[in-house]
Design a protein. Sequence first.
Length: 245
Amino acid sequence: MDRKEYEKRVDFKKLPEHIAIIMDGNGRWANRKFMPRTMGHKAGMEALHRTVETCAEIKIPVLSVYAFSTENWKRPAEEVNYLMQLLVEYIDKEIAELHRNNIKIMITGDYASLPVECIKSIEKALKRTKDNTGMIFNIALNYGSRREIVKAVNSIAEKISKGEIEPGNIDEDLISSLLYTHDIPDPDLLIRTAGEMRISNFMLWQIAYTELFITPLLWPDFDRDALMQAIWSFQQRERRFGGLK
Ligand code: FPP
């Protein structure tokens, strides 16, 4: 099917409530163009701008993006610093438009250990958009799903030791309520760019029944048509959540 066809076939009355994206392939995009990896991230920032704009326009209730993982610290300091700088640049540049579009910013992950300029930008953005009622734009920063689960388990252990809960009463709802994502629904659709068939420690608990869409497109090349293709593909699936039709 021609790429332009997908949008015509999407049922805009049955959109996923929560789309999550693993934005991969910035480095490969830059390599192919004989450019430094940082240029790939810069182009990735533009792809992010387009994607947020389209999701807000078609009224996706929640969009989550994996911007920096707990494992990304292993990259060379120069690249890590560039990503941190880009985050500040992204927020400062986009905040007015995000706010105008009634978008509420949310952060999942331990952003308190990011450089102080990042923390300042993030907190300014959270404060400015906190009362917005449109799309929730969740940015995963210094996020790792296993670390998030460990944090929840520790907090349960503490509640038990204080006598606030009985060990036999731990259930799925309790665990979900202790994750960063307690206020948002689980993703319906997880998109990963750059063709890799893995989850990379992203929302392991939350994606138990999420539909996956993997595209070979590198993140900087991800566009409106690719998003529509992912949504269209999601709408062709029959979700059974372990049951029968
Ligand atoms: C993966 O590409 C991408 C990242 C690790 C960072 C994601 C960042 C952006 C999309 C841009 C900026 C946005 C913000 C909010 C900071 P990769 O470097 O792993 O690509 P590769 O696998 O081809 O090397």
